[in-house]
Design a protein around this ligand. Structure first.
Ligand code: COA
Ligand code: AMP
Length: 631
């Protein structure tokens, strides 16, 4: 069947479409229906089914006789380690870990926070939670203690599972002191912490609170899978919102299983036994959906890669991993390819590897610029597929569904909406715009299975953030247009989210940090175009009257403050001191105008600007950084 037929089939009868897709999941009790609209505009899927995620991702493949197939390949150039884990081994390891967690009191519905780098144990920790029906919340290793503390206080975990350290190319990240600091800062205290000691750094355990990963499993009974209701939360994943407080995106169990399973076959064109690799991190949604759950639910082999696209040891690492492990579908962020292209512009390192098993390259996480797509397509001679999605949705809103039909690629577009998503482009009044016209991208409710039903303990914030601007629609926060052929183009965010090296960050959260510096009276943070990372944060600081300190000292302190408060992932390295911020007469800071000046784009100062002269000061300041080259 062709894409158009599949999409039309879904639109004609969504209930039948999703009930059919649900048949590929092993239910303890099959759901009687797909959609539950009782609490509209909050929607649920498969609410009356009973199911277990770990069973579907692990045990059922062993029961089907594929216990000897590899479930996980761990390839870590930063520690020079490789390891393979079969489905049978994975089941035993996860059952043992889950049993030990249960012995210490973790039960269905309890939250467990996971703070781990890219090691197989991170997936095992997620799956052990799923086995018990506990709700995990994984936090990315590049966040600082205070960000971790905010998440601890929001999800109130009974337990925390962490590694002793992470390994970046140039340094060891001391996870344990970051964790201890976060627990000190948080009001909520976990009952216990499980520490996975890595050989690169053995952490000091706190007696009475911390237990050792291996030691605490000794002598405990392995746990069986605990069935949960289809609408039971599988996990919470925090993401940047419009204010400093991160949003706890909730992922529902039943819809997550059904939707991810559907995507593996229909979008990524892989099935049992195929090797699938997403080069992301378990701390991001890509890591949840496509390093851990998606490939395992579909019975693939997933690659856990601990390294960088360049420098570990060279720009051929990705091609080496793909060749060595016979990866069929590979998913990465455009930034990673730009990093490789910068070092190996002629893609000479590709030729050193046998990439015959490699069929399709998938890109997401940020806008895929045509240069990068064309470079990769020419170097690899396979289709390069851009697709668009968000932490909130958990799977692609728009893609080129290679398992259904390879649609013509239009460079610059993530192609077409997937079944489940009725995508519209709206003007400010919420009216649909003509093809080719820029507007806010919104998805008609209900969103499909697997997408967020709400935010953790925050129904009102969920409604206010996503459902209020355009009643009857989910507001994606992205702006763009749809062309005459129904292809989508994602152009910009409509809020303060910026995308730095495929990492989603909030400039509002950064402004909150800068405002806390004692010498800063007012500030603004914008994302300026960056050839490698897509965007890069830049701060503007107005200092209190009477501050006579060296500008460079204040800036250095602000850079350090950001690293301490948000973490190295913020990548905040530059700030400028100016006398005042450009504002409208009603006091709104003109961030969009500042971005245009920085990126040397044409702009028109709004008629409501308080004092146009301030824009000249900004341009001059930006030029000291090599930005704002044209008027
Ligand atoms: N734990 C701790 N610190 C981390 C971290 C982690 N898991 N990941 C990154 N950091 C740190 C880095 O060490 C760096 O610190 P520094 O300022 O001391 O150098 C900082 O966070 C910024 O990291 P990053 O954005 O990764 O920049 P980089 O210069 O180290 O690498 C790229 C540049 C392009 C190679 C890298 O950004 C990359 O691989 N990007 C692709 C990201 C991706 O796949 N995103 C997909 C999300 S879906
Ligand atoms: P995250 O929640 O971290 O996955 O970030 C989601 C945001 O990243 C989206 O709302 C977009 O702004 C951006 N994004 C993700 N994929 C794409 C894409 N293929 N093209 C353009 N922007 C994208």
């Amino acid at each position: 069947m062709a894409y158009a037929e599949v999409y039309a089939g879904w639109k004609a009868d969504p209930e039948a479409f999703w009930m059919k897709a649900a048949q590929e999941i092993d239910w303890k009790k099959a759901p009687s229906h797909a959609l539950n609209a009782n609490k509209a505009p909050l929607y649920e899927w498969f609410s009356d089914g009973m199911v277990n995620t770990c069973w579907n991702a692990v045990d059922r493949h062993v029961e089907a006789g594929r216990g000897d197939q590899l479930a996980i390949i761990y390839d870590s150039p930063v520690t020079r380690t490789k390891q393979s884990i079969t489905y049978a081994e994975l089941r035993n390891r996860v059952a043992s870990l889950a049993g030990a967690l249960r012995a210490k009191g973790v039960e269905k519905g309890d939250r467990v926070l996971i703070y781990m780098p890219m090691v197989p144990e991170a997936l095992e920790a997620m799956l052990a939670c799923a086995r018990l029906g506990a709700v995990h919340s994984v936090v990315f290793g590049g966040f600082a203690s205070s960000e971790l503390a905010v998440r601890i206080d929001d999800c109130k975990p009974r337990a925390i599972i962490a590694a002793s350290c992470g390994v970046e190319p140039q340094r060891v990240i001391h996870y344990k002191p970051l964790l201890d600091g976060a627990i000190d800062m948080a009001s909520h205290k976990p009952d216990f912490c499980v520490i996975f000691q890595r050989p690169q750094e053995v952490a000091k355990l706190i007696e009475g609170r911390d237990v050792n990963w291996h030691g605490f499993q000794y002598g405990t009974e392995p746990a069986d899978c605990v069935p949960v209701a289809g609408n039971h939360p599988a996990y919470i994943l925090y993401t940047s919102g419009t204010t400093g407080a991160p949003k706890g995106v909730v992922r529902p169990t039943g819809g997550h299983l059904v939707a991810l399973n559907w995507t593996m076959k229909n979008i990524y064109n892989v099935g049992p036994g195929d090797v699938f690799w997403a080069a992301s991190d378990v701390g991001w949604v890509v890591g949840h959906s496509y390093i851990c759950y998606g490939p395992l639910i579909a019975g693939c082999t997933t690659v856990v890669f601990e390294g960088k696209p360049v420098g570990t040891p060279d720009a051929g690492t990705f091609w080496r991993v793909i060749a060595e492990h016979k990866v069929k579908s590979f998913f990465t962020a455009p930034t990673a390819l730009r990093a490789i292209k910068r070092v190996d512009p002629k893609a000479e390192l590709v030729g050193n590897h046998d990439l015959s098993a490699f069929k399709t390259l998938y890109l997401a996480g940020e806008r895929a610029d045509p240069d990068t797509i064309n470079w990769a397509a020419a170097a690899l001679k396979i289709p390069v597929i851009d697709h668009w999605w968000q932490t909130e949705t958990g799977w692609a809103i728009a893609a080129n569904p290679m398992g259904i039909e390879a649609l013509p690629v239009k460079v610059g577009s993530p192609s077409v909406p997937m079944p489940g998503y009725d995508v519209h482009v709206l003007d400010e009044g919420g009216h649909p715009v003509a093809p080719g016209t820029l507007g806010a991208i919104a998805v008609k409710l209900p969103l499909p299975p697997g997408t967020l039903p709400t935010l953790w303990n925050a129904d009102d914030r969920f409604k206010k953030s996503y459902l209020t601007t355009y009643p009857g629609f989910y507001e994606t926060g992205d702006a763009g247009y749809i062309d005459e052929d129904g292809y989508l183009y994602i152009m910009a965010r409509t809020d303060d989210v910026i995308n730095v090296a495929g990492h989603r960050l909030s400039t509002g959260a950064m402004e909150e940090v800068l405002a806390n510096h004692p010498d800063v009276a007012e500030c603004a943070v914008i994302g300026v175009a960056d050839a490698l990372k897509g965007q890069s944060p830049l701060g503007f600081l107005c200092l209190n009257a009477g501050v006579t300190r060296d500008d460079a000292d204040v800036i250095a302190e602000c850079v350090k403050l950001m690293r301490d408060k948000i973490g190295p992932v913020a990548d905040f390295k530059r700030a400028l001191i100016i006398s005042r911020l450009p504002k409208t007469r009603s006091g709104k800071i003109l961030r969009a105008t500042m971005v245009k000046i920085a990126d040397s784009e044409p702009f028109k100062a709004p008629a409501t600007i308080e004092d146009p002269a301030v824009l000249d000061e900004i341009r001059t300041a930006l030029q000291t950084l090599g930005l704002a080259q044209q008027a």
